[in-house]
Design a protein around this ligand. Structure first.
Ligand SMILES: [Zn+2]
Length: 187
């Protein structure tokens, strides 16, 4: 009975892994493509990431949302460090981490009427909407809503704070890309 249950779990995990491979590789910056990535790639990547980065990768690329509260709780100290560094204490550390996490996990492709669809170029010119990066972050309005501050106050006091919080997740992205690359060399 126990063995049978374990087998079922393994099959589920395997199929989740295949979907996860495609998600991870689609946003890996091209170091590994979804066509060439293997199950070993994904296991290798997840096994080598630091604890919080691994949770972040699972939330963003494998849609394992149950890791979100754990990750947020484990990053409260990072948020407090950033707030202290900037001498600010009027927003909740939890709101800072949650907003930066949600923006990092969202699809930031430059889209819409005047967007470039992630290409970075429109009519042979650098896309003005995203400055040629192909990515468009959240609007200040959306960030303010997440942080619970008004836009004047955000610009005056919290732009640098939020930028530091976003950088925490940019570092995770860099770690994931680096591990994907190393994993592609291993297998
Ligand atoms: Zn654009």
């Amino acid at each position: 009975m126990y063995v049978r249950k374990t087998n079922i779990m393994n099959r589920q995990n395997l199929s989740m892994g295949v979907g996860g491979t495609i998600n991870l590789c689609a946003i890996s910056g091209g170091s590994v493509s979804a066509e060439t990535a293997t199950w070993e790639n994904v296991c290798g990547v997840l096994a080598h990431l630091s604890d919080n980065c691994s949770r972040y990768a699972r939330i963003k690329y494998r849609l394992e949302h149950h890791y979100r509260p754990v990750l947020v709780a484990r990053m409260i100290n990072d948020a407090m460090r950033i707030l202290t560094k900037h001498g600010k204490n009027n927003i909740a550390p939890q709101a800072l981490i949650e907003t930066a996490l949600d923006e990092s996990c969202s699809d930031n492709t430059c889209k819409g009427k005047s967007g470039c669809n992630g290409v970075g170029v429109i009519s042979n010119k650098s896309c003005p909407r995203c400055n040629g990066t192909g990515h468009k972050g959240w609007s200040n309005r959306r960030i303010c809503k997440g942080l619970g501050v008004g836009s004047t106050r955000y610009k005056r006091d919290y732009e640098g704070v939020y930028s530091d919080a976003r950088a925490l997740f940019d570092r995770f992205e860099a770690e994931i890309s680096s591990e994907l690359y190393k994993s592609s060399e291993r297998y």
